[in-house]
Design a protein around this ligand. Structure first.
Ligand code: IPE
Ligand code: IPE
Ligand code: MG
Length: 234
């Protein structure tokens, strides 16, 4: 990607959607779509974090996704265990720091162990942060923050202080992408997207490649972000 006149977002969020439909259209099982999605996550996170963006948050599994058939949930959990254990090497090589956001409850010891090892090993990497939202819900994050605040006996709190109680201390999301053509948020990072530019490409996540991302950045570059103020172009 030429960085000439392009605007580079500091923090990108992606709702990784459409794995199931991608597989179905190819006559494969939904789970094949999840495997393709996981492989693409490695590829696209490397590309995005090498383009100048410092933080990438991805929605990999929502608190509500536990309502899916048990076979699909189990497949995804095994994919996380095997993937995270195998790919510590990959993220070390790419110098990417991996962190997780979400509730630990309901996740098995094996999943938690794979997540913890990944975080420990990549902790000092400096070429960007990949925040994987797993068993994550935007409302759950806000409620969990409020409960921590109550425990701390706080009576009055500012937005800046509140932010520190979220799962991760990250800057706001600048560009939020949801693949697969669905135009909704589905409980993703409600606090962090308040002024994000939203972008909804039609392609399914396994097909969301470098070219598709470049298109998103071209579109983002054209947007006039006003944050409640007046246009810089006036
Ligand atoms: C996104 O793909 C991955 C997860 C939610 C885990 P989907 O599984 O939602 O795929 P579609 O939306 O059914 O095509
Ligand atoms: C949102 O996708 C959650 C993730 C991508 C992990 P869903 O496929 O679960 O969302 P809905 O059900 O279409 O809103
Ligand atoms: Mg979906």
């Amino acid at each position: 990607m030429s960085e000439g006149k392009l605007k580079i977002p500091m923090h990108v969020g992606i709702i990784l959607d459409g794995n199931g439909r991608w597989a179905k259209e190819k006559g494969m099982k939904r789970t094949a779509g999840h495997l393709a999605g996981y492989k693409n996550l490695k590829r696209i996170s490397k590309y995005i974090l090498n383009s100048g963006t410092k933080y990438l948050s991805v929605f990999a599994f929502s608190t509500e996704n536990f309502n899916r058939p048990i076979e699909e949930v189990n497949y995804l959990m095994n994919l996380f265990i095997e993937g995270f254990n195998k790919d510590r090497k990959f993220f070390m090589k790419e110098n990417i720091k991996v962190v997780f956001s979400g509730r630990r409850e309901k996740l098995s010891q094996e999943v938690l162990h794979a997540m913890d090892k990944m975080m420990e090993e990549t902790e000092n990497n400096t070429n960007g942060v990949l925040n994987i939202c797993l068993n994550y819900g935007g409302r759950a994050e806000i409620v969990d923050a409020v409960n921590k605040i109550i425990k701390d006996n706080k009576e009055n709190i500012t937005e800046e202080e509140f932010k520190k109680y979220l799962y991760r201390d990250l800057p706001d999301i600048d560009l939020m992408i949801r693949t697969s053509g669905e135009i909704r948020i589905s409980n993703f990072m409600l606090w962090q997207i308040s002024y994000a530019e939203l972008y909804f490409p039609k392609c399914y996540f396994p097909d969301f490649n470098e070219l598709e991302y470049d298109r998103a950045i071209e579109e983002y570059t054209k947007r006039d972000r006003r944050f409640g103020g007046t246009s810089k172009n006036e």
